[in-house]
Design a protein around this ligand. Structure first.
Ligand code: ATP
Ligand code: MG
Length: 724
């Protein structure tokens, strides 16, 4: 029994696994726990992870990285353009179907256009395979991390990528929340529920972004109170200042224009990253030497920490601004902050650590594993969500990074809107809204502050509530709409129902019922409960209940909490499509109130089921092709290995066991096979290699049999002796 979590970063991926024995991070086929987020498309197969990263110079046009920043985005999206231009993306990004960003590469000797979701699915396939090999079992259910700033469209794209990889994503978990869970779950000394919480700031400084959050902990629970981020500031920007510096220096010193040579530019970027890491541990002058850099010329340079920090001054200012922002948002004094936990590769930059001390008045704490904490947190979350897994109870409340507003055309024709999920509102969370309508109507949902959202279009989705009819007396019907920011952090309209107005007496019963529901379901005392919408009709969009979901109340047992979370989670995973399929006008009668379920048409930017199915098939075909190619290469390698092994033994331990003539004949056969492998036999079908190996073994086996028979003989005499 194992629960699995994936941290898919823009540069590195880690796999966390929770088992009965504890939590661990597992290694890939190179015995490395870090799998680079690279996919390289080749003539005959795909390389994913370490082998792909090794091709990022030799096969740069077809080696894809940083695709997570393109998922769910349009080609014209400023971020996509920024990726292409500012970071000199070496592969081709094009405007594809419907204006979406696609990646164009050569694969299997043909030009292919892949959606970023497909490339993401490829890396997920790799992580899935790596975990399956390590765990000796099929892996389907996973928790996958995403940056806290991911918008709905990006989250949906990530879920689609999981589906294409044949994975069931139990939860998209925010990076920093995963870290908070990894921090909190094993802490024995968290304050009791009734005591003041322990406040911890978490910083995740990665490759392309920095995220920070303020979390409060009590025994058995954590709550993310606020988040801040810079979605466009990470380790690669620090590499970039070094690259810019040396590009200029090499132009004057060596008369080499690196900008004109993409391969050299990629190489310089790699060298600058190495240099940056050395600067983190060493404050002395550090040399940069690259042989045969351009035009067969060697280049060299020098860098020290002070110069690096001067060059990075504007980046460091932005980091400081972020720290100040979370400090102000959390309204915590230095005394109230228990610790500032830093993780992510870039948290090793000394200047960044100094900024923690400067802003929070505390040395940063590095007790968590900087690279693996997110994956471990995801694995723990996966274990918590799995009803059969026994793990310490821990309730997690995330917070909504962007305020969400809902607008609707009021019946009389004027637009009306309200903020349903304010900034930093606790999630997952459902809210019940009430409308009075005679016919179907549409809810438009969007992020309130477009300028603060890192996507150009703040629109989240359009949800049409259908099949509403006036009451028998011609008056508007009461319609209840349940909206939710779900477990993945995605907005959904979960259900809608029409309450048929009954007699006066029955109306009172209906109210009673509502109150009863509120009592049962109201766990938080959110101030926005019963908030009224502005506008002509004051009752429109009234929020009636406010239900944080998937959280434990003090009465709940661990088991019920788990099964509730699991079932709510399954609901979340079903998506809106299910809502559409819900039976029209399914009638329920509660205490004399007739409630009719209404169909909801959800139009949200995500791949259609049929499309996902097609992409899944394509992915499976590619997996099959990779498998065939691997088997072929394995067969070829076994021929090669046999040739070398036998040749060595023929003139070694087998020398006594074959006549000269036989040895010469076999030796020639081995030589011929070797030549064949480098010529005609370089690229043959798997069976050809298996046949070749069988042919060689026919000769070799006789010799090796003689040898092993000889080795067994004294043993046989010994055995005979002791038997007599
Ligand atoms: P993201 O979170 O942005 O998606 P990621 O999770 O893949 O990216 P990490 O693995 O957390 O990123 O961090 C990678 C970054 O950390 C790289 O830019 C790398 O250069 C940087 N890094 C790693 N070690 C050091 C070090 N010792 N000093 C400075 N930077 C480092
Ligand atoms: Mg990361």
């Amino acid at each position: 029994m194992a629960a699995v979590g994936f941290d898919v970063g823009n540069l590195t991926c880690y796999i966390g696994v929770a088992r009965a024995g504890g939590i661990e991070t597992i290694a890939n086929e190179y015995s490395d726990r870090c799998t680079p987020t690279f996919v390289s498309l080749n003539e005959r197969n795909r390389c994913i992870g370490v082998s792909a990263r090794n091709q990022c110079i030799t096969n740069y046009k077809n080696t894809v990285s940083c695709f997570k920043r393109l998922t769910g985005r349009r080609f014209k999206d400023p971020q996509v353009q920024h990726e292409i231009n500012a970071y000199r993306v070496p592969f081709k990004v094009i405007e594809g179907l419907g204006g979406d960003a696609f990646i164009e590469v050569e694969y299997m000797k043909q030009i292919h256009q892949f959606r970023p979701e497909q490339i993401m699915a490829m890396i997920l396939t790799k992580l899935k395979e790596t975990s399956q090999v390590a765990l000796h079992t099929k892996v389907v259910d996973v928790v996958v991390s995403v940056p806290v700033f991911f918008t709905d469209v990006e989250r949906r794209a990530m879920l689609n990528a999981c589906q294409v990889a044949g994975l069931n994503c139990l939860k998209l978990m925010n990076d920093t929340t995963a870290v908070a869970l990894a921090y909190g779950i094993y802490k024995q000394d968290l304050p009791a529920e009734t005591e003041k919480p322990r406040n911890v700031i978490f910083v995740d400084a990665g490759y392309s972004s920095i995220q920070v959050c303020a979390v409060s902990f009590n025994k058995g629970k954590l709550k993310v109170n606020s988040v801040a981020f810079d979605a466009n500031l990470g380790g690669r920007d620090f590499d970039q200042v070094l690259v810019d510096y040396f590009v200029e220096e090499f132009l004057t010193k060596f008369k080499l224009d690196v900008q004109t040579n993409l391969k050299a530019y990629i190489r310089l970027t790699q060298e600058c990253e190495k240099l940056k890491k050395l600067i983190s541990t060493n404050s002395n002058k550090i040399p940069l030497n690259i042989e045969c850099f351009m035009d067969d010329k060697d280049v060299n340079g020098m860098m020290d920490r002070i110069t690096f920090e001067e060059l990075s001054a504007s980046l460091l200012k932005r980091v400081e601004k972020l720290f100040v922002q979370i400090k102000e948002q959390s309204k915590l004094t230095p005394d109230e902050i228990y610790s500032v936990e830093i993780i992510g590769g870039s948290s090793r930059i000394p200047a960044l650590k100094d900024l923690v001390t400067k802003v929070f008045g505390k040395e940063p704490s590095t007790t968590l594993n900087a690279d693996e904490a997110i994956a471990r947190g995801c694995a723990l979350q996966s274990a918590i969500l799995c009803p059969t897994f026994r793990v310490r109870d821990f309730s997690i409340t995330e917070c909504q990074p962007y305020p969400i507003t809902l607008s609707w055309g009021a019946e009389i024709g004027n637009e009306d809107s309200m903020e349903v999920f304010p900034l930093f509102h606790a999630i997952p969370m459902s809210k019940m809204l009430t409308f009075y309508r005679k016919e179907g109507f549409t809810l438009e949902v969007q992020y309130r502050d477009p300028q603060n959202v890192p996507i150009p279009n703040p629109h989240i989705g359009t949800f049409t509530i259908k099949n509403i009819t006036p009451q028998a007396n011609g008056e508007s019907s009461k319609v209840k709409v349940k909206v939710r920011v779900n477990n993945h952090g995605i907005f959904t309209v979960q259900s809608a129902s029409m309450l048929e107005k009954q007699e006066e007496k029955e109306e009172a019963m209906e109210t009673d019922q509502n109150n009863k529901e509120e009592k049962q379901e109201l766990v938080s005392d959110d101030s926005s409960t019963n908030q009224k919408a502005d506008g002509a009709n004051q009752t429109e969009g009234k929020m009636e209940t406010d239900q944080p979901e998937g959280q434990s109340t003090s009465e709940q047992t661990a088991e019920t909490q788990k099964s509730e979370e699991k079932s709510q989670n399954m609901e979340d995973n079903k998506g809106e499509k299910e809502n559409d399929d819900k039976k029209d006008k399914k009638k329920k009668k509660k205490n004399g109130v007739k409630s009719i379920d209404l169909p909801i048409e959800s139009i949200v930017p995500q791949l259609e089921q049929q499309k996902i199915h097609d992409l899944l098939e394509k992915e499976n075909k590619m997996i099959m092709q990779d498998k065939l190619e691997k088997e072929k290469n394995d067969a070829k390698n076994s021929v090669e290995e046999y040739v070398y092994d036998m040749r060595e033994k023929l003139y070694g331990i087998y020398e006594l066991f074959c006549k000269e003539e036989e040895r010469d004949k076999f030796s020639k056969l081995l030589g011929d096979t070797e030549n064949w492998l480098y010529g005609e036999g370089d690229d043959q079908g798997k069976q050809v290699y298996l046949d070749k190996l069988a042919e060689l073994k026919k000769c070799g086996q006789m010799i090796s049999d003689r040898c092993s028979e000889f080795e067994r003989r004294p043993q046989a005499f010994d055995e005979l002796g002791s038997a007599l």
